[in-house]
Each structure stands twice: as structure tokens, then as C-alpha cells.
Ligand binder design. Structure first.
Ligand code: PEP
Ligand code: MG
Length: 326
């Protein structure tokens, strides 16, 4: 199998019926970078910048943030990299960053974009480090746990201010700057049209989105197998996102665990996703699946089963049967 994956590595990632799909990898530390070339990933679809903060004993200084981002972009050699602004809080605690309020529901609490908008110094430092590291190159920034569009506007103001600041001091700026939002909070599902117009791209964080749509703690082993992401309601959620992206020509990707399992990656492609981001080790297996996948046939299967008369049962058996047949 390893040999098969290696042979596939430098081949284009297209389905059996010729549909191209970008297979990207998730990363967060310097040690992940060699895998970009080894896996043949088309880029880094999710760079988790909070990992640098989690392995440190104090807040990483601006210089070391900038240095990391520069190393990442150098290693990518022109392949696209999407940097997610720090996603701390919730289950990602920094021992050196304490606050006095004991949160009863940290997953629903002061985390990610909520926290960094309340502590704009943190966000400003990070944005400045990213802008400097990406001077003369493309910079893609992504905001985690967005709940309302106002948060995107606030972040954009901070970014614009940093851009103005750096250009005043004659710094080399990125030659292209794209801002995206993660879809992880269900409130965004009811404003997809507005969202798609407010950003340059979106990325579904299916781990958190599933947790919040189903009201089930993503880390709770008592319920780990109780609800299925391949259930009709959740598949409809995913399809509505892919459809909205297409309507507005806003690029859509997905970077949760779903992207890394061949069966669920197959499903995502059948629902209309043309870009997915996963752990580097999953690229080979997913690319192997893709090479054998007749996308049009799978789309027809969803056409027949996802809307009319559907109920809340899982489509897993049907989809597994489809996978086995092909
Ligand atoms: C997700 O929620 O699916 C995601 C990609 O982000 P994280 O797993 O880091 O919360
Ligand atoms: Mg998440």
C-alpha cells in the first residue's frame, strides 16, 4: 500500500470520471512540514497556529511567530497555506493564560475568535507576524468559531489597520491577502448567502460543526458512536454549504476529521466539495479512493436519496455498498 501511495503521489488528484479534487493537509508544527512533499498534498488547508502557543511556556513573542510562519511558507514552496488565527480556549487551554471565570461549558465559551477579539493585542501581534512573514507572497487567513458576520468585519478592521501600519513603514506586504471563515457554529448555516459574500473562502470545521449541530460533546466517549456524521440531516447541512459556495463562487473546503476517512471523503466529494484538508497520512488512502470514484454516479445517488422522503437514518449502509461496488 505504501508503494501504491508513493506511486500516486505525483499523479494529479482526479476522480475516475475526471473530476479534480484538491487534497490538502492539516499541520501545526515545524515537524509536520516535510510531510507536505512526502504526501503530495496540494497545500496546507489548515495550519493550526495555536499549537505553537500550546507547546510554549509563555506567549510566543512576535518574532518567533513570524519566524514560524516564514518557515511554513518557505517549506510550502508556493503551494497554498491557510493559517488559522489562534483557536485557544475551550479544550485548548494555555497554562500561562488564566482568567478568573470558571466556565461551565468551555466549548460554548470564551474561545477562538471570541477571545482574540476581546484581547485584540493578541490578534494584532499575530496578524502583523503573518503579514510580515508573507511579504511578497500569498497570505490566506482563516477565523475559527465565527458565530456572526460582525466578527469577520471586526477582524478585517484589525487586519486593515495592520496593513496600513506596515505599509507606512515600507514593509513588503503580501501580494494577495484572502480572508476566510470556518463554518463550525450552526448560526452561520442560516446566513450562508451573506457569509459567502462576506469572505474570500470558507472552510467547514466538521469536528466542531457536528458537535454543535448534534449537541454532542466531541470528546465524550460515552457518545462517540451514537450519532453518525453520515446521517441525512448532517449530510444536508454539508450539501447546503457546498451549494451556497457554488452559488456565490466562494471556494469551500472542509478540514475536520471527516475529510481523512476514505468513505466520508467520498461522501464529501459526492456532495460537491472539491477541496478537502486532512492529516498527511490520509492523503494516500483518500487519493486511492478518488482515483476509483465515479463522481457523477455518486451525485445521482444523493440526488435520489438526500431530499425526497428522507428521514433521519444514516446513509452509511447505502454509501458503504456504493463504495464496495466501485
Ligand atoms: C474542526 O473543528 O473540525 C477543526 C478542523 O478544528 P479543530 O479540530 O482544531 O477544532
Ligand atoms: Mg474546530
Amino acid at each position: 500500500r505504501q508503494r501504491l501511495y508513493r506511486e500516486l503521489r505525483d499523479k494529479p488528484s482526479v476522480s475516475r470520471d475526471g473530476v479534480p479534487v484538491d487534497l490538502l493537509m492539516n499541520a501545526g508544527l515545524v515537524v509536520d512540514l516535510p510531510q507536505l512533499a512526502e504526501s503530495g498534498a496540494a497545500g496546507i488547508g489548515l495550519f493550526r497556529t495555536e499549537l505553537q502557543f500550546m507547546v510554549a511556556s509563555t506567549f510566543p513573542r512576535a518574532e518567533s511567530q513570524e519566524q514560524l510562519y516564514r518557515e511554513v511558507l518557505d517549506a510550502a514552496r508556493g503551494k497554498p497555506v491557510t493559517f488559522r488565527t489562534i483557536d485557544i480556549g475551550g479544550d485548548k487551554v494555555l497554562p500561562y493564560f488564566k482568567h478568573s471565570t470558571q466556565e461551565e461549558n468551555p466549548a460554548l465559551g470564551w474561545r477562538a475568535i471570541r477571545l482574540t477579539l476581546d484581547r485584540p493585542g493578541l490578534l494584532r501581534t499575530q496578524i502583523r507576524a503573518l503579514l510580515k512573514a508573507a511579504g511578497g507572497r500569498e497570505l490566506k487567513l482563516m477565523l475559527p468559531m465565527v458565530t456572526e458576520l460582525g466578527e469577520i468585519a471586526q477582524a478585517r478592521e484589525i487586519i486593515d489597520r495592520e496593513v496600513r501600519h506596515l505599509s507606512r513603514f515600507a514593509h513588503l506586504l503580501p501580494n494577495s491577502l484572502k480572508l476566510g471563515a470556518m463554518i463550525e457554529v450552526p448560526s452561520l448555516l442560516f446566513q450562508l448567502d451573506e457569509l459567502m459574500q462576506a469572505v474570500d473562502f470558507v472552510s467547514v470545521g466538521s469536528n466542531d460543526l457536528f458537535q454543535f449541530v448534534m449537541a454532542v460533546d466531541r470528546g465524550n466517549t460515552l457518545m462517540a458512536d451514537r450519532f453518525d456524521p453520515l446521517s441525512i440531516p448532517f449530510l444536508r447541512v454539508l450539501k447546503s454549504i457546498a451549494d451556497a459556495g457554488r452559488r456565490h463562487q466562494t471556494p469551500v473546503t472542509l478540514c475536520g476529521e471527516l475529510a481523512g476517512k476514505p468513505i466520508s471523503a467520498m461522501v464529501l466529494i459526492g456532495l460537491g466539495f472539491r477541496s478537502i484538508s486532512m492529516s498527511a497520512a490520509s492523503i494516500g488512502p483518500v487519493k486511492t479512493m478518488l482515483a476509483e470514484l465515479p463522481v457523477a454516479e455518486l451525485e445521482a445517488l444523493f440526488e435520489d436519496n438526500l431530499s425526497a422522503g428522507a428521514n433521519d437514518i444514516s446513509m452509511r449502509a447505502l454509501l458503504q455498498a456504493f463504495a464496495d461496488d466501485h
